[in-house]
Structure formats: structure tokens, C-alpha cells
Design a protein. Structure first.
Length: 366
């Protein structure tokens, strides 16, 4: 699925360092503002212990994980909504993303310049959020102007759209993000085409020094960010981006030893990738056989024919039914044949809503 997560934040907070660790795409990372101009793209495999477990049991010839795309967007500064620091270009890059990972600097380092001259996570968040809100306000005010002229005709539909746009503009004008506004489904639908920046789901990343990892959410800088994120029902992932970059640069066989020495069960990036994947409201189903075990990405709530269509459009067009078994049930049985003999392999039709972790085979005819 062509869904992307934009990595945003002030300059020099560790966005490109994090991106390099995530994607190993070689994005330039340096200690000066606007090191990144054009957005970097990286498609990252989603770590999934369920797929690993299925592979151990089935032992296929090949394994294909699902993935999520990350986009490293240049640092925003105060005044970005007015074009400061190439802000117009950078904000447009965010608009094309489906969700936002907001990297916030929570570490002190005299060798790494902070554009504001001090480390204050909440101030940093406010700068970014304010610029996103101001850009959204510009978009909605333009919509209000256009609808105001059209509403003179007396068209009830246009008048309703105008009222919705005016309500949204008022909320944004009060400094509220679009996500924080209480809107009806019709009001929400009236501005969907604007792809408002503050309508996108957000995950905050507290970028810390390795020495802060043990404290986790109790670190004072991190706790301030966690409390703020909770106020808007968002989550925080604590990451030491520089350490993650070191881990990613190691040969695979050496990473386990490094993690153990650092007291980590897994790279923090794994948690970030899974959280970002969930942020897009995505789930995973599997196909499993001797030739291949593969994870497939679908939106939550997708029905069986739509899930089949992710593999091939013919599967959806000629869908007849699906054979379904939960991944953990398949593991308990040891094989699909054993699951069938125990009556645990279900047959589902066109109205079946695929569940996260389903193992599926589709029957179709075109």
C-alpha cells in the first residue's frame, strides 16, 4: 500500500540520523540547519514476531515481510507557514504524507547546535504545531472566501460547507489542531480534499542520549513530552537515534551482542516502526506455504475480497471464499493439515472482516 510517514521536527533534532538508522538509505546527516532540502524516502520492513514464528514452523523457501515508507522532511522553523527556511516547500512535503512522526530533541549536547539556543521539548513542539496550524488556517480561510461567494446563490449544500469551513477556521484561529476540533462526519468530509496537516495522526519521538534510556518516561525532558502528548491522545516512543544508527551499522550477527551490552531487548527502531505502522491504522494478514511466507498490509476493517485484491486484482474480482486460521492457532496445530483435521480452518465469505494476524488462502475464479 502506498502509505507514507513523514519525519518532521526542528533542524538538528536528529531526524536524518533517525532516518538513516531506519532505512539505511544514506540520507545526509550533519550538524547544521537545512542539511536536508529534498525529502529522502526509505521503505522499511516491519518487524513481526508472528511472521518469524510461522517461518520456523513452515520453513518456506522465501520470506517477505510487509513494510512502511518513511520520508525524511527538512527541519521546520518559526515562520515556516510564511515561507521562512523554505517553509512552503517543506510543508508541502508533509501534506503528501499520511501520518507524522514528530522528532523532539530531549538531550543536551553542547556540540550539537539548537536553533533556539536551548533545549526545551515543549517549546519545540509548540513551534512545529503552530506552523502546521497556521498553514491549515490559510488553506481553510481560502476555502471560506471561495464558498462565501458561491453561497450567495442560496445553495443549501454550499451554505452548509461554508458553515463547516468557518467553524474549522475559528478553531484553528484559537490555536487548536484540526484533530482537536469536535466535528460532525459531514463537517469533516467537507474539507477532506484539503489534506490538512493537523488532521494527520501524530506519533512523537523523544530523541534522547543513550544515558537517558534507563530512565525512560521518567526522564524530566521526556516526561514533559509524554504529558503533552497524552493531552492530545498521542503516543511517545523514546529513542536514542545516535545509538540506533550505531546498531543499524553493525553486521546482523553483532547486533544481538551490542543490544545485550546496552541492556536492550530489541532495537528501539523496531518499536518505532510498529507504532508508525499502527498509526496508519494498518493491520497484517499472512499467506503461508512451502514456497513463501508473506505478510500483507491492509487497512483495518478491510473485507476478505479487498484483502485478496492486495495480492492481485483478479483475486478480488473473482473472489469465491477464503480459508482462514489465526496465526497462533496454526502454530499450536503445527501445520494447516493438522488444523483442518481438527476443524480449526474456517471458510469465510465476502462479508468477512479480516483480522490482524489471520493466515489466509483465497479461492477465486475469473
Amino acid at each position: 500500500m502506498a502509505l507514507a510517514v513523514g519525519i518532521v521536527g526542528l533542524p538538528n533534532v536528529g531526524k536524518s540520523t533517525l532516518f538513516n538508522a531506519l532505512s539505511d538509505a544514506g540520507a545526509e546527516s550533519a550538524n547544521y540547519p537545512f542539511c536536508t532540502i529534498e525529502p529522502n524516502h526509505g521503505v522499511v520492513p516491519v518487524p513481526d514476531a508472528r511472521l518469524d514464528a510461522l517461518v520456523k514452523v513452515i520453513q518456506p523457501k522465501s520470506t517477505v515481510p510487509t513494510s512502511v515508507e518513511f520520508v525524511d522532511i527538512a527541519g521546520l522553523v518559526k515562520g515556516a507557514s510564511q515561507g521562512e527556511g523554505l517553509g512552503n516547500q517543506f510543508l508541502s512535503n508533509i501534506r503528501s504524507c499520511d501520518a507524522i512522526v514528530h522528532v523532539v530533541r530531549c538531550f543536551d549536547d553542547a556540540n550539537v547546535v539548537h536553533v533556539a539556543g536551548k533545549v526545551d521539548p515543549l517549546d519545540d513542539v509548540e513551534v512545529i504545531n503552530t506552523e502546521l496550524i497556521l498553514r491549515d488556517l490559510q488553506s481553510v480561510e481560502q476555502r471560506v472566501q471561495k464558498l462565501s461567494k458561491l453561497a450567495k446563490s442560496g445553495d443549501k449544500k454550499v451554505k452548509a460547507q461554508l458553515a463547516a469551513a468557518e467553524k474549522i477556521a475559528a478553531g484553528l484561529g484559537e490555536g487548536k489542531s484540526y484533530r482537536a476540533l469536535e466535528l460532525t462526519d459531514d463537517e469533516d468530509a467537507s474539507v477532506t480534499d484539503l489534506a490538512l496537516l493537523t488532521a494527520k495522526p501524530v506519533l512523537y519521538v523523544a530523541n534522547v542520549d543513550e544515558s537517558q534510556l534507563d530512565a525512560g518516561f521518567e526522564d524530566p525532558q521526556v516526561k514533559a513530552l509524554v504529558d503533552f502528548a497524552a493531552s492530545e491522545s498521542a503516543e511517545v516512543v523514546v529513542i536514542a537515534a545516535s545509538t540506533e544508527a550505531e546498531i543499524a551499522a553493525l553486521p546482523p550477527e553483532e547486533r544481538g551482542e551490542f543490544l545485550e551490552s546496552a541492556g536492550l531487548e530489541e532495537p528501539g527502531l523496531n518499536r518505532l516502526i510498529r507504532k508508525a505502522y499502527a498509526l496508519l491504522d494498518l493491520i497484517t494478514y499472512f499467506t503461508a506455504g512451502e514456497k513463501e511466507c508473506r505478510a500483507w498490509t491492509i487497512k483495518r476493517g478491510t473485507l476478505a475480497p479487498g484483502a485478496a485484491g492486495v495480492i492481485h486484482t483478479d483475486f478480488e474480482r473473482g473472489f469465491i471464499k477464503a480459508e482462514v486460521i489465526a496465526w497462533d492457532t496454526l502454530l499450536e496445530c503445527g501445520s494447516e493439515a493438522a488444523a483442518k483435521s481438527k476443524g480449526l480452518l474456517r471458510i469465510e465469505g465476502k462479508e468477512y472482516e479480516v483480522q490482524d494476524g489471520d493466515v489466509m488462502h483465497f479461492r477465486f475464479n475469473v
